[in-house]
Write a protein that binds this ligand. Structure first.
Ligand SMILES: [Fe+2]
Ligand SMILES: [Fe+2]
Length: 189
């Protein structure tokens, strides 16, 4: 059986992309049913991608001595908090509210929601590691040299986190947006 774990797959299998064939990504924004809900939700995804990219570029700037330890630490604290809290809240709404409803719309893609649910658990583990690493860095904010080594590890881990989060967000978008466009957001309570 195909390995569909977040860390191993390249995309969702074709069988789960049936609706995407009728609603390809480049047509979403011009679809008459592309409304507030879809746009708001895609914007949240874009914001998570931007926060990860910002934290990663901050880490590189710090390693290259382009920003000082205090500035790096305060930005990491601010963006890291937004990222972890925002993503937890986002996953909770998806898992408890949207996915159970969307999964009943079309049996052909129902199993895709189990994959996304597993992704959330995998991302949770990555977030725990992220929090440990970020806290470790913040505790060393007065020792620039030890901090630099820790930020080096952090930067490497962020590359993985960025790739896996982007995989999850893309697959989720390609499963969810076509269902909402087909059945309408009014069918969601
Ligand atoms: Fe998700
Ligand atoms: Fe999401």
């Amino acid at each position: 059986m195909e390995n569909l774990r977040l860390s191993d797959r390249e995309r969702l299998p074709d069988a789960l992309r049936v609706l995407l064939a009728d609603y390809p990504r480049d047509m979403w924004a011009t679809d008459p049913d592309f409304d507030g809900l879809i746009k708001f939700w895609l914007d949240r995804h874009m914001m998570f991608r931007k926060i990860v990219a910002t934290m990663q570029s901050d880490a590189r700037s710090f390693i290259d001595n382009k920003i000082d330890p205090a500035t790096f630490a305060s930005r990491l604290s601010r963006y890291g908090g937004m990222f972890v809290n925002g993503l937890h809240e986002h996953h909770t709404i998806e898992d408890t509210h949207y996915f159970p409803q969307l999964a009943t719309k079309d049996p052909r893609i129902e199993s895709g929601f189990d994959i996304l649910d597993k992704d959330h658990h995998d991302i949770d583990k990555l977030l725990n590691t992220f929090v440990e690493r970020a806290n470790g860095i913040l505790q060393q904010r007065d020792q620039a040299n030890t901090m630099r080594t820790a930020v080096g590890h952090f930067e490497t881990e962020m590359t993985d986190l960025e790739r896996l989060l982007d995989r999850h967000l893309n697959d989720e978008e390609e499963l969810v947006v076509p269902v909402i466009l087909k059945f309408g957001s009014a069918s969601l309570s």
